[in-house]
Design a protein around this ligand. Structure first.
Ligand code: WTA
Length: 635
């Protein structure tokens, strides 16, 4: 039996047991049989969660692009690797074959080299969902440069923070981007960001919207002419298994975003292996993940996982609502999509528009449906199952994180019976644990606790760029010898997991992780604001929305509160991006605090959830009197 392709439940249990009984042997077989190495590793796994240090396949040598592209050239050279579907349907799709991808990545790699980028250098990629995004990611990997993709919805300030944190020497961007009926001036955002970055000496600019942009002499270059001149081949740089492949920033509950560092070999093997099984990918399938490559889902399940399996992966530039809410289904019909992977927030937004948009299209090609990024509510799950999959396409509710690199808890379609709102069972190699408040593991079923992982897996992030201590403090300190996820979960009577949500101050809005601290910092910069606290509250479409409690420096009397609200959201948009805007802003006379001065978010959360009748004992607060006032004026 092959461990690589799991086809039924019995095989899953066999493979899972093997992966736990002898993890080294298990991963070694997969690494050996399914990937291309320049040199074999010395040791499969070295680990110590107390440091924390994890190394997989140490001493092994490889290049991930050789695995994702070159090795398919003989067997699948003319197969479509990337199927690009543009923002506007009339523009027509582009099919990029493996051969063409090889040539384009090689040309780009040569351009990077000519522009002085070397192995280990950091390159920031700030691009819309156009082929150049995937190609620049792969070109970095080809030369051994570390890519740091920043989602092109982040503001100039957020971009500058990320560029500086990892000391990027180059930025790759475009003149602008399309987003439905709108265009966005990406180059202008990069120019603003670079006012605050001294590390960047080169900017490569792809042409997308043909807008007039400023090109700074000596720094900025149009990409296409350089590519046209570049040579069509580039020998892949030979990398160590543990060399960093990329940095990807994610929000923390406090402080600056965390630059999660992923390694080369472990990440490749895990993203490829999970892709194959979670989507049951077959050679003729056309797989579509609607995420943006600016997030981990796009890294692992648009670029690396699918390409490592020689798959056809769709890149969609647009939005689900343009030209109308039938766009996703039009694309499914047009390209005969077989696997469709999206976020619960998109499902809820589409469900709200009714089924008439779906009925116009033939969705019978769909075999597997997936969700990721946040808990899916029962109603959305059934809508997806009934109307999109017509009850024939299993839904894989995949739980994982930027930090985990790949899917951790998920059904395997056609093997694991699904259960709405449950991510079900751990993927082979993953050993979850539920922990109680005293740091003990909770055994047995029908229990809930904090979700941890007790054994390393190949694609776990190795560190936070430039701050290993923070990596240790955030993930390996809450529970001894465990990776702590920050999520709560329950385990049902048969051992299925259901993720109940974050147990820290990260709030997931429309599938995007937002830390409360950076948003509060932004609000507090408004000259009229004394202090603020953000909590999440349930939202029909976004899953959660943000509720801000803001105390003004003076009573705020005589000030126009609506204008203040607009100004506060404007600051948030500038410093973080429009995704972090507040839905509700309540001005308060004070915030409830403990005697040590800590804001009692639990109380604020209950008020925002309209559940203020049972706030528990508030007499120990420093200022219990503000609570009544906040309740009375809740919005
Ligand atoms: C949440 C996205 C419930 C969770 C790949 C996690 C989920 C955070 C699910 C990571 C799911 C992700 N069910 N919650 N299927 N998938 N989450 O880093 O809280 O953007 O910790 O990675 O999203 O979000 P991130």
């Amino acid at each position: 039996m092959s461990n690589y392709h799991i086809k039924n439940l019995e095989e899953y249990f066999q493979v899972y047991r093997k992966s736990v009984r002898n993890p080294e042997l298990f991963w070694e077989e997969i690494a050996e049989e399914h990937f291309m190495w320049r040199k074999k590793w010395d040791k499969v796994l070295q680990w110590d969660f107390s440091k924390p240090e994890v190394k997989w396949f140490n001493g092994g040598k490889l290049n991930i692009t050789e695995n994702c592209i070159d090795r398919h050239l003989h067997t699948r050279g003319d197969k479509t690797a990337i199927l690009f579907e543009p923002n506007t349907p009339n523009e027509g799709a582009q099919h990029i074959t493996y051969k063409q991808l090889h040539e384009r990545v090689c040309r780009f790699a040569n351009v990077l080299k000519e522009q002085g980028v070397n192995k280990g250098d950091r390159v920031c990629i700030y691009l819309p969902m156009i082929p150049e995004l995937a190609i620049s990611v792969l070109a970095c990997a080809r030369i051994g440069a570390i890519h740091s993709v920043v989602f092109a919805g982040f503001s100039a300030q957020a971009l500058a923070t990320r560029i500086n944190d990892s000391d990027c020497k180059m930025v790759i961007t475009s003149d602008g981007s399309y987003r439905g009926a709108k265009t966005i001036d990406l180059k202008g955002i990069v120019d603003d960001a670079l006012e605050h970055c001294s590390c960047v000496d080169t900017v490569l600019v792809a042409k997308r919207i043909q807008s007039d942009v400023n090109m700074k002499e000596g720094r900025d270059h149009w990409l296409q002419p350089l590519l046209d001149e570049a040579y069509i081949d580039f020998p892949p740089e030979v990398m160590d298994a543990e060399d960093p492949l990329f940095i990807l920033y994610t929000s923390g509950s406090t402080g600056q975003p965390k630059g999660m560092v992923h390694s080369t070999a472990g990440y490749m093997i895990y993203s490829a292996y999970t892709f194959k099984n979670v989507f049951q990918y077959k050679e003729e399938d056309v797989y579509w993940c609607t995420a943006d490559i600016g997030w981990i889902t796009g890294h692992s399940y648009i670029v690396y996982g699918p390409l490592a399996n020689g798959a056809t992966t769709v890149m969609f530039e647009g939005v689900p609502s343009y030209p109308d809410f039938g766009r996703f289904w039009e694309i499914v019909e047009k390209h005969k999509i077989t696997q469709f992977y999206t976020a619960p927030t998109a499902i809820r937004a589409l469900a709200k528009e009714g089924v008439s948009h779906l009925e116009k299209y033939d969705l019978s090609s769909l075999k597997v449906l997936g969700t990721v990024g946040e808990p899916i509510n029962e109603e959305a799950w059934h809508w997806y199952d009934d109307n999109v999959g017509k009850k024939k396409a299993p839904i894989v509710d995949t739980w994982w994180q930027t930090e985990t690199g790949g899917i951790m808890i998920t059904p395997i379609p056609f093997a694991t019976p699904t259960k709405p709102t449950y991510a079900t069972l751990p993927f082979p190699g993953i050993q979850p644990a539920l922990m109680d408040g005293n740091g003990n593991e909770i055994n047995g079923n029908q229990v809930d606790g904090r979700l941890c992982v007790k054994f390393p897996w190949p694609s776990m992030a190795r560190t936070i760029w430039g701050n290993h201590q923070r990596y240790k403090d955030t993930y390996f300190s809450a529970f001894e010898k465990m990776y702590f996820t920050g999520d709560g979960a329950l385990r049902d009577e048969v051992g299925y997991y259901r993720i109940t949500g974050r147990v820290d101050d990260v709030i997931i809005v429309s599938g995007h992780n937002l830390g409360t601290a950076p948003i509060e910092d932004a609000i507090n910069e408004h000259p009229a604001v004394a202090e603020s606290a953000i909590v999440g509250f349930p939202h029909d479409i976004k899953g959660n929305a943000l509720y801000g409690y803001v105390t003004l420096k003076d009573t705020g009397e005589g000030r126009n509160h609506d204008n203040l609200r607009k100004e506060i959201n404007q600051i948030i948009t500038e410093q973080i991006g429009p995704i972090a805007k507040l839905d509700t802003i309540q001005f308060t006379n004070g915030l409830p605090k403990t005697r040590s001065g800590k804001i009692m978010r639990r109380i604020l959360r209950k008020i925002a959830h309209k559940d203020a009748d049972n706030l528990g004992d508030i007499s120990t607060l420093l200022n219990p009197e503000v609570v009544q006032d906040i309740k009375d004026n809740a919005m």
